[in-house]
Design a protein around this ligand. Structure first.
Ligand code: C2E
Ligand code: MG
Ligand code: MG
Length: 287
């Protein structure tokens, strides 16, 4: 009996694996169709200077309007995109789309997330420069974001592209900072301009007794190394106020603005949301 039970479980397990593989493969096929068709979009989340409240930049965030499943968040398809290598084509599409959309917006910086797979690919930096020239987008206004843990894992292989991008004026940011355990030494060597503190630390401000001390130490560490600091995932006025006290340069989060389609950002900027014209971020909420 035990044996047949075990076998039954194995069969169920195998069937589950099979269906996981099948759904992965069909997701991958759907994603190819999405790229070829018109199903991908980019939303833009504003970032604000802590001092003065000006909109300093926007972060491009990819969206997928799946014909059957509806709006899919990046977390639902980026893992498959990474594994299949499709992330490179998606990343290139986002770069082209976002630089065209944001070219004439009166904001200093456009941030675009890139995968380690892109940053490791020989020739990636040259490809980015060619795309920027095509879009007429000034390189110094572009910032590429790479997740801290993925960067640490592949720092050596990413280096040639990062050096070439930065030599051309493109800025680099470490995303989800604080989750990957960069040492002070590695931070100094890693040729970046900015860190984006992971929202788990920001959200610990209101919640944990030592939350404030931890994030204050992270900000001091980054600034001591000469880096700019953006805090992500700011959801409450309390978090915003604490970050101001800690000397954080820039904030991004649902409290200030949600990711919005290009047309909504353009409207916001036309309505006086341009640099230096915004009220203090804590009082500005768009949903
Ligand atoms: P990320 O780069 O850390 O981007 C910030 C994420 O946090 C976004 O999720 C944004 O909607 C969300 N967020 C912003 N403010 C708040 C807040 O106050 N509270 C909470 N709970 N969340 C907030 P999204 O758009 O789902 O993107 C998830 C991740 O997918 C991104 O994290 C980024 O790593 C990746 N991603 C998005 N677009 C691209 C892309 O074009 N290429 C690549 N390679 N990765 C991308
Ligand atoms: Mg990011
Ligand atoms: Mg993040």
């Amino acid at each position: 009996h035990a044996k047949s039970h075990g076998r039954g479980r194995f069969t169920v397990f195998a069937e589950e694996m099979d269906s996981t593989l099948r759904s992965r493969r069909s997701l991958e096929q759907d994603l190819r169709a999405a790229l070829a068709g018109d199903q991908l979009a980019v939303h833009y989340q504003p970032q604000f200077a802590m001092r003065g409240g000006a909109m300093t930049g926007v972060e491009a965030l990819v969206r997928w309007h799946h014909p059957a499943k509806g709006m899919m968040p990046p977390a639902a398809f980026l893992p498959v995109a990474e594994e299949s290598g499709l992330i490179e084509a998606i990343g290139e599409w986002v770069l082209r789309e976002a630089t065209r959309a944001a070219r004439d917006w009166p904001v200093g910086r456009l941030s675009i997330n890139v995968s380690a797979l892109q940053l490791r690919r020989p020739g990636f930096a040259a490809r980015v420069m060619a795309l920027l020239a095509e879009s007429g987008f000034e390189p110094a206004r572009l910032q590429l974001e790479i997740g801290e843990s993925r960067y640490i894992e592949h720092a050596q292989d990413c280096r040639p592209n990062i050096m070439l991008l930065r030599a051309n004026g493109v800025q680099m940011a470490l995303d989800d900072f604080g989750t990957g355990f960069s040492s002070l030494g590695s931070l100094r060597q890693c040729a970046i301009d900015r860190v984006k503190i992971d929202r788990s630390f920001v959200q610990a401000i209101d919640r944990d007794a030592d939350g404030d001390a931890v994030i204050a130490a992270i900000i001091r560490l980054a600034q001591a190394t000469g880096l700019h600091v953006t805090a992500g995932g700011v959801e409450t006025a309390g978090q915003n106020a604490a970050l101001a006290t800690m000397g954080c340069d820039e904030v991004q989060g649902f409290l200030l603005a949600r990711p919005l389609p290009a047309a909504a950002i353009a409207r916001l900027l036309a309505d006086g949301g341009g640099p230096g014209l915004l009220p203090a971020p804590a009082r500005t909420v768009w949903h």
